[in-house]
Ligand binder design. Structure first.
Ligand code: ZN
Length: 251
């Protein structure tokens, strides 16, 4: 229960109440981009009325954005790297992706999923601790699970569990990220911007891993997977993109 509470604090409360301790959030200055982001938000049923920019260039040059918060604290934030290094098409497709996380309720689904994951982890810990103590408890002079001396063993076993199950957690988040990509392509309709941003992410994520490497280590789809999805979307939507207006014109 304590772990689930900490999990909720990290994913739901920290972005709104703790992140501002380390960085400065200011209302977005560029009115034109802000309006196009809010328009995209309204079109997708997101009740946000303001967009914030955050000075994450203090920590790195990574481009990033998110939709965070609960109820009245809901907000859209972009980091200054995204604003400084990207075109408006790239910014919009990134926001489409982040809005996908929001509309598809990824945060809540992840809380449920990782809570179950923790439950399994602690069940494994309980079972493996007792098993080890029956076998070696006497030699290690550990009296039982309530003996403080068991702590290093508990840390070792729990670390082992999370290490071995890393690909499962990665696959969960990678699947959600892919869903958000597809949502973003449909919402923002900027396949070229999407591909360009994916190349920028290649600065710190290997773009073209092998399929097993991607399955084991990637918590986001690889650049190759994302760019392929963007170009596939573009090919299938050429007819819409070519038209100057999606609204049928009177002949
Ligand atoms: Zn994402």
């Amino acid at each position: 229960m304590a772990s689930v509470v900490l999990l909720v604090v990290v994913v739901l409360i920290a972005p709104v109440y703790i992140a501002p301790l380390f960085n400065t959030y200011t209302p977005m200055k560029d009115a034109k981009i802000k309006e196009s982001i809010l328009s995209l938000a309204r079109a997708n049923g997101i009740p946000a009325t303001d967009v914030y920019e955050v000075d994450e260039s203090r920590q790195s040059n990574r481009v990033s954005a998110n939709v965070s918060g609960l109820g009245r604290t809901q907000r859209i934030s972009l980091n200054d790297n995204l604003l400084n290094r990207c075109t408006s098409e790239e910014i919009l497709t990134t926001m489409g992706h982040e809005m996908g996380h929001y509309v598809l309720n990824h945060i809540y689904k992840s809380v449920v999923y990782f809570s179950l994951f923790l439950l399994v982890g602690f069940a494994f810990l309980n079972w493996s601790l007792n098993w080890s103590l029956v076998r070696w408890g006497e030699r290690w002079q550990i009296r039982g699970v309530t003996d403080v001396a068991v702590l290093p063993l508990a840390a070792l076993l729990l670390s082992f569990f999370f290490f071995v199950t890393t690909p499962i957690g990665n696959t969960w988040t990678r699947t959600e990220e892919y869903e958000a990509d597809i949502f973003g392509l449909n919402a923002a309709r900027q396949p070229d911007g999407e591909a360009a941003v994916d190349l920028k992410l290649g600065e710190y994520r290997k773009l073209d891993p092998g399929p097993i490497e991607e399955f084991l280590f990637y918590d986001h789809p690889s650049g190759r997977t994302r760019i392929t999805a963007a170009m596939r979307w573009k090919k299938e939507n050429m007819s819409i993109l070519d038209e100057p207006s999606a609204v049928p014109q009177p002949r």
